[in-house]
Ligand binder design. Structure first.
Ligand SMILES: [Mn+2]
Length: 313
């Protein structure tokens, strides 16, 4: 059986506390459990104070057979940040101030260990974009049947190859859209000219959508993942909603991270569970303890309050 653990973002002490709470013990240099395995939903790096240590713990568990992992958008971004385009002229991810800032905690963590960093970059490339375990699924941000069908036909075991990586770094390609969907989820634009101010004070013209919702009538507020009171109660055009594909109630459970949830962990729907509760904002690192149930339950969250205090994110 599996324990699905959310975005860690360099909070290695919180991770060790959570693993201990879950009954994993360090044996032969990695955390292991006699009956269970961990699945990590990606986003190991950036933001937090112990990126190096986080990667050591996660990779050792995977090598030891105690865990599986998928790729998060931060690992994908890191690969692109450090890869040149085929003509050698540009980085696949621009080194803008914003992109540098997002990655700086990792760059600093590996300042004195360039060789190890290159090894981790290669390891990131070996992480699948999603896992279909039969009885359940795991993806960093969004399970879209059509996108997964495409990736199944394009990739071996959901792992990017070099050609896919380079195509995916070009805005507008089918590979780019597949990465956006799996690793960042679906976004919906507000009606033209409309913006809203989010909880962090930023003005936005699009929202992160609850992509699992059936395609009924939804307003921008009801379909938004942010539950933001500033969002308009205006109906979303059906055409836009159809972009989401939805996630049928008959499908097996899917576990995701990515969304910076806050407050008391709860499932998104009976078969959709997000395990990101913002440890990188000094909130919680969360696991869902899955025992084969088809209908997920709030009672199965295992919660670790952030162990590191007063650190930057
Ligand atoms: Mn993420």
């Amino acid at each position: 059986m599996y324990d699905i653990i959310g975005d860690i973002h360099g909070y290695a002490k919180s991770l060790e506390s959570l693993l201990t709470k879950l009954g994993y013990k360090k044996d032969n240099n990695f955390y292991t459990h006699p009956e269970r395995k961990v699945i990590f939903v990606g986003d190991f790096i950036d933001r937090g104070p112990l990126v190096f240590e986080t990667l050591e713990i996660v990779k050792a568990m995977i090598n030891g057979g105690a865990a599986l992992a998928i790729m998060g958008n931060h690992e994908y971004n890191a690969i692109c940040y450090h890869s040149k385009s085929n003509d050698g002229k540009n980085w696949l991810r621009a080194r803008s101030q914003k992109n540098v800032n997002q990655h700086v905690a990792t760059l600093e963590a590996f300042n004195d260990s360039p060789k190890e960093w290159l090894e981790y970059l290669e390891w990131f490339k070996s992480l699948p974009l999603y896992l279909d375990m039969g009885d359940f699924r795991v993806v960093h941000a969004c399970w879209d049947d059509e996108v997964i069908k495409y990736l199944n036909s394009r990739l071996l075991n959901g792992i990017m190859d070099d050609d896919f990586l380079h195509q995916s770094a070009k805005s507008g390609t089918i590979e780019f859209k597949a990465i956006e969907t799996c690793l960042k989820g679906h976004e919906l634009f507000l009606p033209i000219g409309m913006t809203y101010v989010d909880r962090d004070g930023a003005s936005r013209n699009k929202i992160r959508a609850k992509w699992w919702k059936p395609l009924n009538s939804e307003t921008y507020r009801s379909i938004s993942l942010n539950n933001d009171e500033n969002l308009p109660e205006i109906k979303v055009p059906v055409k836009q909603l159809q972009k989401l594909n939805s996630y049928s109630f008959n499908n097996v459970p899917v576990f995701i991270g990515h969304y910076w949830n806050s407050g008391i962990p709860s499932i998104m729907s009976p078969n959709v569970c997000c395990v990101d509760y913002s440890v990188a904002k000094n909130e919680k690192l969360v696991a869902y303890r899955w025992n084969n149930e088809k209908h997920l339950s709030d009672a199965n969250f295992i919660i670790q309050e952030c162990t590191e205090i007063n650190v930057r994110y």
